[in-house]
Design a protein around this ligand. Sequence first.
Ligand code: PA5
Length: 430
Amino acid sequence: MQVDIGNALAEVATPGIPREALDRLDDRVAAAHERIEEGRANDEHGYATLNQPANVDVDAIQAAVEPFADCENLINVGIGGSALGAATISAALDSDVEAYYLDNVDPKWVADHLESIDLSKTALNVVSKSGMTAETLSNFLVVREAMEDADVDWTERTWVTTGPEGNLRDLAEKHDLPSLPVPDGVPGRFSVLSTVGLAAAAFQGHDIEAILDGARDAADALGPSLFDSPAYAYGAVNYALDQRGAGINVQLPYAESLETYAEWYSQLWAESVGKDGVGQTPVRALGATDQHSQLQLYRAGPHDKMVTFIRPQERADTTIPETELEGLSYLGGSTLGELIDAEFEATEASLANAGVPNVRVEIDRVDERAIGELLYSMEAATILAGELYTVDAFVQPAVEWGKKATRGLLGGGDFEEADEVAEKTELTIE
Ligand code: PA5
């Protein structure tokens, strides 16, 4: 993976980072790196994330999915960090096996899925680190009833990925369901390179060793200077631009297969860094599609944004047919790949020309190894940013607040958060 931060410099963009400021920031990166390496060496909570590529038991994951090899589909029930990493890999890589991610409890959407999926050929992976998340447990109960209604023995079709305690663990034990552990000391949003993200990938036939190899490449590239480490360069530049007023970071992948990646990154960054009154807001977009919608604002609106361009350097391609119209001759014979690359470069230049800071992130191609490298790098970038913002990147009190309020409202326990729901200020206009 390579990161080009040239268009984030003050000589190009406003806000932008003066070169001397980048040098000063590099001293802070070195100190942060030391702290991160210490946490990593001690397998401290959160920093243990960076040890995942070495700690994953690939054989255990393969063995867990092997009994379901005759299934043609997978339903993955989970939410947030227990869904988005696996969904990112599924969306990025082609497979003959379909994976569906039930990460919402919108009733119509869930019902539509269950009606359209052939449950007789479907395996179910229920993923929850805590084993207590209401959305995940509810969807599990709904899916297993749908399987019963379809005369499918759900106990033969289900495995769980969960921690040592919680409602999901209890259900797994009661029904003797096979289970995979979740890693210790790794928050959900950092768990893509573990059982949480890799079991679905193995089920879909992806080479999870290659994903981990890519992650190892990214781990080897971490170092004390942002000028030698693409992951740290990205995390540090996001932080520095945020400090100078670019409080929004638009994720703009130029590949449909990376659209879910933008969702994963947004959760990772927002939930890790957004606390104590700081944090840069991630926004999801897609190139080239959003050139025809949001780009107007990004180029000509307030200078409160940076844009992250992400693209594979190689991709499968399709030739645009020759045409009978002279006016279209510039398209005929070239390829869709050339077109999307031209759009990428033109948009990047148009933002630089308007002084909008932007960063280019490139991977070799969208394959297992490159995805592993990208995911690991962004986890490292986020951990570094947590150090620079001086926030604890590994907790999510705001998310927990909502979980408690929901459970309280449904009668799942006494939570003061639920009482506050009744205190809502109303000013309804009809
Ligand atoms: O990153 C996180 O910690 C969260 O997004 C969790 O992954 C999410 O809330 C789901 O939690 P759990 O895996 O406990 O069901």
